[in-house]
Design a protein around this ligand. Structure first.
Ligand code: ATP
Length: 357
């Protein structure tokens, strides 16, 4: 427990939030280590923003307890918590210059004006915008405005930095750039950050840990690799990585691996249990290799859709396992619609769903 007492640690213990009779967040518990970036990831309406707003003190908790740095903050107002938030909409003051926007929180906290300006300029330098300090926000691009919003949050040196879908108003190229900048800054400054997104790729790219939410509950917490390679259930497998969910059978299991039959194909997959019998298996689109159909192929299918995307081919394949979504990065052999193909399953990229539960 000692670790969670450190500055920047965060813990939810059995927290529930209701709006009237409807539950927005249902009995969730998780903890965050200092200096890590943790994403709350899930589909629209799953409760991520409400969770973030409860950390900020912008929503009251109905049940449970929230602590930051080992201190119970459940009943504290937003102003009494050492957190700051970056909003989706930037929320910059249009009548103030960039540097005045960044210095705003410090002047409200009654720091001398000159010192506040100096610190704001330092924060702007961190996000690469020192030379635009005297412009007005309307003279900046969306990406630059969001960097100002990040600088405004950083200048307060919060114990926990909160980011609510900070990239959603940016175009795809700028999203990747600002995403990487946020991650670099978080690592460089050793910040604890909680980041809300519904974009699985963004979560995989930026996080130390991902908390996956669905229907107001947490369904899994783990590193990007754990979440991707060992999804806790069918929802996680589908939501992160568009896995194909198919029926299979465990023929034997020794507590570490299971020998599974998927259609006519046998594969060894990681499995912590010893149970045998029917099971659901998540097959990543990249875990299925296609080859020219031959008599000895364990699984055969027919191409019902073939889409050329430059770097990859995407196929829909009708097979005895149902329709499979397949992504091939090998473009030296392209199969047209209607082709009969042999399917080879790669063990890496296939997982027994719920294997580690
Ligand atoms: P999104 O990605 O769409 O923002 P989210 O995962 O952040 O979704 P929340 O905004 O946390 O979801 O909402 C969780 C649930 O609480 C939803 O069912 C939502 O309709 C409900 N909710 C959120 N805010 C309020 C409110 N002020 N009053 C009533 N219900 C609310």
């Amino acid at each position: 427990m000692r670790k969670t007492q450190q500055r920047g640690s965060l813990a939810f213990e059995r927290v529930t939030k209701r709006y009237g009779k409807s539950v927005a967040v249902d009995d969730i518990s998780f903890s965050i280590e200092p200096k890590t970036l943790v994403t709350l990831l899930g589909p629209s309406g799953c409760g991520k923003t409400t969770t973030l707003r409860m950390i900020a003190g912008l929503e009251r908790v109905d049940e449970g307890r929230i602590s930051i740095g080992g201190r119970d903050v459940t009943e504290l107002s937003a102003a009494e918590r050492d957190v700051s938030m970056v909003f989706q909409s930037y929320a910059l003051f249009p009548h103030m210059s960039v540097v005045e926007n960044v210095a705003y929180g410090l002047t409200v906290a009654r720091q001398p004006k000159k010192l506040a300006r100096e610190r704001a300029l330092e924060a702007l330098a961190l996000v690469g915008l020192a030379d635009l300090a005297d412009r007005s926000p309307s003279e900046l691009s969306g990406g630059q405005q969001q960097r100002v919003a990040v600088a405004r949050a950083l200048v307060l040196e919060p114990e926990v930095l909160l980011l609510d879908e900070p990239l959603s108003n940016l175009d795809a190229k700028m999203r990747t750039r600002v995403r990487d900048e946020i991650r670099d800054l978080q690592l460089k400054l050793g910040l604890t950050a909680v980041y809300v997104t519904h974009d699985q790729e963004e979560a995989l790219a930026i996080s130390d840990q991902i908390v996956v939410m669905n229907r107001k509950k947490i369904v899994q917490q783990g590193s990007p690799r754990e979440i991707f390679e060992a999804p806790a259930d069918e929802f996680v497998a589908d939501f992160i990585g568009n896995a194909n969910l198919v029926d299979g059978e465990i023929r034997s299991a020794n507590g570490k691996t299971a020998n599974c039959l998927i259609g006519g194909a046998a594969v060894d997959l990681p499995y912590a249990g010893t149970r045998t019998g029917p099971v659901r298996i998540a097959l990543r689109p990249e875990a299925i290799a296609l080859q020219v159909a031959s008599g000895d192929a364990a699984l055969i299918g027919e191409v019902s859709r073939a889409t050329y995307l430059g770097r990859e081919m995407q196929y829909a394949i009708q097979s005895e396992l149902g329709e499979l979504f397949v992504v091939c990065h090998r473009l030296d052999q392209i199969f047209p619609r209607g082709a009969r193909v042999g399917l080879q399953l790669k063990a890496h990229g296939a997982a027994i769903v719920g294997a580690h539960a």
